[in-house]
Ligand binder design. Sequence first.
Ligand code: GLN
Length: 468
Amino acid sequence: MIDLSKLTIKSAAEALKKKDFSAREITEASLNAIKEKDGEVHAFLEVFDDALFQADEADRRIADGEELSLLGVPIAIKDNMLFSGHCSTAGSKILEGFTAPYDATAIKKLKEAGAILVGRTNMDEFAMGSSTENSAYSVTRNPHDLGRVPGGSSGGSAAALAGEMVLGSLGSDTGGSIRQPAAHCGVVGLKTTYGRVSRHGLIALASSFDQIGPFAKTVTDAEIIYDAIKGRDSMDSTSIDESTYAHRKEYEKVIGVPRAFVEEEGVSAAVRKNFDEAVEKFESLGYKVVDISLPSVPYSLAAYYIILPAEVSSNLARFDGVKYGLHVDGENSIDDYFKTRGEGFGRETRRRLILGTYVLSSGYYDAYYGKAQKAKELITSELRQAFRSVDLIMTPTTPASAFKFGEKSNPLEMYLEDIFTVHANVSGCPAISLPFGKEGDLPLGIELTADLGREDNLFMAGKDFLGE
Ligand code: GLN
């Protein structure tokens, strides 16, 4: 039996090409691992019943001599990406039983690259959360400690990989939902430059921040998935191509550390110590690490938690009980609408809908939404200015390691989990979380952010750092 814990995407793709094993065999190994472990972890909401058909098709393509980067490789996808003919619920009751009528572009591209899509993974409802506790279906457990959260909102995708049930997975990152669970689960997680991966067919959370991206065991594997899914798409007018950010600074291995921000209150002692060790490690690898000042960047969190609910309140208006999923009968159509949304949406979603409607209301628009947009511009220009002299900015990914279920019942405490990740979404910059160090037995992550369009810098530094 194939042991997925001994394989990466790269090594599996090579073995498949050499016919050391077949796509069917590795897919069976993935399905068996899910059967064996997912009863405890609950990373998956559904295992697709056509996984073995996909595998047989991949075996035919391998026999025909096709060479594709993901041919025969088992991958999991987050429950907010449309996969034609399969159910997609975004972790919400309001979409229970909804069948996707077409493929999201990223899914189409994964299929074109030959990936086997084995199942859809659990997530916080509509990707709002940092623990996957907001899913309407179940909690997902951290494979490193079943009493703790895997992070969120893409907790299922991170746990499926960390639990050795697949070789890679897709998540979506609007404020940190790939990087934060990657850090808590000890894997690599990449948030791409805004527009790098098409959002067509991704169930929208906040359209100006959302990006699909990979979870992988190595930076090399993350890059393989990234190469497969990126690119301009006529179905997403905000998607970009290689020429969009053409002004290229030469890579000089200079990393900026916003000291004041990193040493912020609320960061655990283990995370601080680990961060210092990461600095030393980069220095020993020939990197120059310099202190920089980013006074506006800490305000990213406040700006994010105004802009995000505003966009949520608009995007989620489409769930009216008529067009998709759940419908609850009331006295009249307006009552249908209230009842459907009242029953279909969970607590956190309702909280953000109310918040979003409030910050967009005519009396408060300038004070909140308008101000947050100005802050967003300031943060973006501050970061872009910094990238004139440094190639990367380094912070911890999270203020501490994975927490226990129920530990962050105060929503504001939960929002603070995103303190180091949201600047990348607010500015559109790409960022990666690299597994490094531990707090007790729990993994920690180091985050690198690069200038718009400079995923190449993240890959170079990430590979140097992890010794790939
Ligand atoms: N934790 C953040 C939130 O709750 C991030 C969400 C995300 O990236 N999808 O909004």
